[in-house]
Each structure stands twice: as structure tokens, then as C-alpha cells.
Design a protein around this ligand. Structure first.
Ligand code: BG6
Length: 499
């Protein structure tokens, strides 16, 4: 679907997110012929910039971060003529008045009321200011055409998230607010819905009768890099668990939706979060594990510890690894543990959901036939491998009965020859088409914070033991393995490099 005429105004237009993600994604959409026939991109920021200098910087961003890292000159000039700069202080009402005049002029030239999108690519503190100043300039009034896009983090805890949501709602109706969690734009994440609800095969076994436990992992090989200043006040729980891992949990655990209506899907997801059993303070040690990476040499490369990264305190208590054990208290999932983990500087980058099925009720095979027995496991691989792997038992060829685990694999790359769009491409297109399905609603954000509140509270109150407590290139602190081992479970063993 080609979106209607649109003006995208990016606040923080001279910043990193715009350069690295937003512009390269918009460029790719344009190259693929998926942008509106009429569109304008206005980068808004306080630093002085001419249109030409800005376009050069964006060209550099597209060369580094667009889908195939190549920018043909005709593709670039066709795109770049839509891009301009609007210099102004975010706290100065005049910035907004001039912007409103620009929008009116564009609408008049196009002879159409364009969609006006205000993308907040700014630090969270500015998200309190900008919507309040968009309103007096009349830039928020049209419920169908005016939309605001907000990046995570939505708050720092439950209270600040509520505050941010209510600030946004002072100027915009909930239907105009698009809160981005880029994980929802990933093809493989969206495929969880297709896999679960487009195939009658799995739904009957997707419950406590057949599922023993579920692990959700989002592992990164990189450290915090140049983002230490931000990360120091966030940590793994706020940076990753509150949003990306909770989204995965919702998609895996939600009930089937009745229709593909945005609110129907989002209601079903919020139901999951509301059903998560609160973690009691006395159960904290057996439900939550935190870690911080130390410095070490890995593969001949000397890697700094978290405490040596730029912008990080040498005595930092911030966690760069978090693992949680959660229960979803409803009929479907009663008693099934969901283990979530994420961390930086782990063995390798990969994200997956592993559904571990129960063992057969009775083993009819002789013990020597089934020494290598593994109950069936279904792995939804999100990145970098994109696909689904079902592990089950098969008979090893030969005259004797010997059982061996084998795998059935679906790979995106092999099955579909089209490349997956970047998550931001999908999400930006959805904003232009006014489709909120893949965006977080206020109640979902707040429900996720509510789950984490006791952990945040306990971790802020108590000094972590033994920080830094894991070496780079490992799977995090040993307590994360113990979290599952206590229940007779394990994280799925992962090879150090992709197969
Ligand atoms: C971001 C976090 O939301 O997600 C980063 O702030 C993290 O710390 C990133 O590195 C991971 O995203 P992806 O798409 O690379 O898995």
C-alpha cells in the first residue's frame, strides 16, 4: 500500500539515530518505491546546518547503514531533494510556529492535507517538552493526520513511564501516539504470530500440558561502546528486558487474536503481562540474576570491562546481563517457567525463543537405545539466523534400535529469496499508513514496568555481589545457569559461532 502524502519531521534530526537508522531506512523505502508519491523529510535540530551539509551527512549514513550499503547517485539525488533542515531550539515556541507555517505551505503546494509525523529522535527529557510546544502551534489537532513517534525508553520506571504517557496524552490522543520497539518490526518476530496462528498444528500443544519450559534469549557480543553515558543509568533490565524481551514473551504466550485489528492484538499481549506473577522480594534470589562484564582478552583482542568503558563509573553497579524466571498465571501457562536472559559481551550475537516440550509419559525403548534422549524442542531463531528449528528423536540407521536427536529446519533465506526489510523500514511505513499494530500502547508499557518494579527496587537497594562477575565471550554469570538448573532445566546450548 502506498502511503498518503506525508511530511516527516524528525526532532533530533542532526543526531545519531537519524543518521544511523531513520534516514537509511527511509532511503531504502524510497529506492524500493514504497514511500508516498508526495513526501518531505524535515530534520529539526538546534545546531546550525545548511541543507547541503545535512544531505552530505545523510549520504554518508546511507552508505554505511542502508540495506546493501550502496547508494547510486541517481537514487540519492531522487531521495535527497525531499530532505531539508529546520534549525530551531526545541524549547522555543517560535521553532514550532515556523514549522507549522512550513507544513501549511507544503499542504497548499500539494493541494492535500498531508500526514504530519513528528518523530522524537531525542533524549527522553525532551519528550516532555516537544509535544507541549507542538500543541500551541496547532500541530497536534488532526487526530487522523497528526502523529507523534516516540522511541524507547518510555520512562525509567513505572512512575516515570506513567508521567511520560500522561504528558504525551495531554497533547495527543492515544491513537496518534506510536511508541517504537524496533523488535516488533523484525520479520522473525512478526513471524511468531504467523507460525502460531496460521498453522493448526502447533496450537493444541502450545500449553502447560505439553510445554515444560520456555527460554527467551537476546544475546549480544558487543559491549556498550560509546553509549556508556546512557547505559550507566539504564542497565540490561531497562534497556532490553522491559521492552524487547517482554514483547517476545507476549507473542509466545498470548491467546489467539480474533482478528488482525491493532487493538485486538495489543489487548491479547497486555493480557499476558497482566497475568505475570509478581516477583516477591523473598523470592528475588531465585527469580532474578544480574551480571556485569569484566575486561579480558578474547581471540587476541583486549576488551575493556564495563567499568572501563567511556561514561561509566569505575565502581558502577549497573547490570550488563539480566536473567529472570517468570510465570504466567493463566489456564494455558500455569506452572510453566519462562526464563528470559539478555546481556552484552556474551559469546555471540543471537536472539531466540526455545520451547522445550515435556518428555514422553512413558519410555518404551530400552535404556541403551535412548541414552541420547532429548525431549522435543522448537526454536524460533530471530537473529542472526532467521528461521525455525524443530528438534526431535529419530532412529539411528542400523540393526539395533538406537535413538538420536535430529532437526528439521526452516530458513528464511532458503525459503524466500527476498531480503528482509530492516525493522525501521517496516515501522516507519506503518506510521505513514497509520497502522499502530506493531507499536506499544501506553498500558502495555506500564504493565511491563510493573513486572520489573520489584526487581528494579531490590537491585537498587542491594549492592550486587562480586561485580564484575562474568568474562567477555561467555554466557554470563554462572548464577544464570543455576537459575534453571535448580528446576532441572537448562538454557539451550549454543555454539560459539553460527552454524
Ligand atoms: C536497543 C538497545 O534497543 O537494542 C541496545 O538500546 C541494543 O542496547 C539493541 O544493542 C539491540 O538491537 P538489535 O536489533 O541489534 O538486536
Amino acid at each position: 500500500m502506498t502511503p498518503p502524502p506525508t511530511i516527516i519531521m524528525i526532532f533530533g534530526g542532526a543526531g545519531d539515530l537519524t543518521w544511523r537508522k531513520l534516514i537509511p531506512s527511509l532511503f531504502d523505502l524510497h529506492r524500493d518505491g514504497r514511500m508516498p508519491r508526495k513526501f518531505a523529510i524535515i530534520a529539526v535540530d538546534r545546531v546550525p546546518y545548511g541543507d547541503a551539509a545535512l544531505r552530505n551527512r545523510f549520504l554518508d549514513g546511507c552508505k554505511r547503514f542502508s540495506r546493501n550499503r550502496k547508494v547510486g547517485s541517481s537514487d540519492w539525488s531522487a531521495f535527497a531533494r525531499h530532505v531539508s533542515y529546520h534549525q530551531g531550539d526545541f524549547e522555543d515556541p517560535a521553532t514550532y510556529t515556523r514549522l507549522a507555517e512550513k507544513c501549511a505551505a507544503v499542504d497548499a503546494a500539494w493541494k492535500a492535507r498531508a500526514g504530519h509525523i513528528f518523530h522524537m529522535a531525542v533524549p527522553p527529557v525532551m519528550v516532555g517538552t516537544i509535544p507541549r510546544l507542538l500543541a500551541p502551534a496547532g500541530l497536534n489537532r488532526n487526530r487522523v493526520h497528526d502523529r507523534i513517534v516516540v522511541e524507547k525508553p518510555i520512562g525509567h520506571d513505572l512512575e516515570s513511564a506513567r508521567e511520560m504517557n500522561s504528558t504525551l496524552k495531554e497533547s495527543f490522543h492515544e491513537s496518534q501516539i506510536f511508541r517504537i520497539d524496533h523488535y516488533l518490526g523484525k520479520e522473525t518476530v512478526q513471524n511468531i504470530l504467523a507460525f502460531r496462528f496460521a498453522n493448526p498444528l502447533f496450537e493444541p500443544i502450545w500449553n502447560r500440558r505439553y510445554v515444560d519450559y520456555v527460554t527467551i534469549t537476546v544475546a549480544e557480543e558487543v559491549g556498550v561502546g560509546h553509549r556508556g553515558g546512557y547505559y550507566e543509568h539504564a542497565g540490561a533490565l531497562r534497556d532490553m528486558v522491559q521492552n524487547h524481551l517482554m514483547q517476545l514473551l507476549c507473542l509466545v504466550a498470548m491467546e489467539p487474536m480474533v482478528s488482525f485489528d491493532a487493538d485486538e492484538i495489543r489487548n491479547k499481549k497486555v493480557d499476558v503481562l497482566h497475568a505475570v506473577r509478581p516477583i516477591l522480594p523473598e523470592r528475588m534470589a531465585e527469580s532474578a540474576v544480574r551480571g556485569q562484564y569484566r575486561g579480558d582478552t578474547v581471540g587476541g583482542r583486549k576488551l575493556p570491562g564495563y567499568r572501563q568503558e567511556d561514561g561509566v563509573s569505575p565502581r558502577s553497579k549497573t547490570e550488563t546481563f539480566a536473567a529472570l524466571k517468570l510465570f504466567v498465571d493463566n489456564w494455558r501457562w500455569q506452572g510453566v517457567p519462562f526464563y528470559l536472559r539478555t546481556g552484552k559481551r556474551l559469546c555471540r550475537q543471537f536472539s531466540e525463543v526455545a520451547i522445550q516440550f515435556r518428555s514422553v509419559p512413558h519410555r518404551s525403548f530400552p535404556p541403551e537405545a535412548s541414552r541420547d534422549w532429548h525431549p522435543s524442542r522448537l526454536v524460533l531463531s530471530i537473529q542472526p539466523e532467521e528461521g525455525i528449528v524443530l528438534g526431535f528423536q529419530a532412529k539411528y540407521p542400523g540393526s539395533k534400535i538406537l535413538l538420536r536427536p535430529v532437526e528439521m529446519r526452516f530458513s528464511y533465506q532458503e525459503s524466500f529469496s527476498v531480503p528482509s526489510p530492516d525493522a525501521y523500514e517496516t515501522l516507519l511505513l506503518d506510521v505513514m499508513n497509520n497502522d499502530p499494530t506493531l507499536f506499544m500502547r501506553a498500558d502495555q508499557v506500564e504493565a511491563a514496568w510493573q513486572i520489573l518494579a520489584p526487581v528494579l527496587h531490590a537491585w537498587a537497594r542491594n549492592t550486587p555481589r562480586g561485580f564484575p562477575n562474568y568474562a567477555p565471550g561467555t554466557w554470563g554469570p554462572s548464577e544464570a545457569d543455576a537459575l534453571l538448573a535448580r528446576d532441572g532445566h537448562e538454557w539451550r546450548p549454543i555454539e560459539a559461532s553460527p552454524p
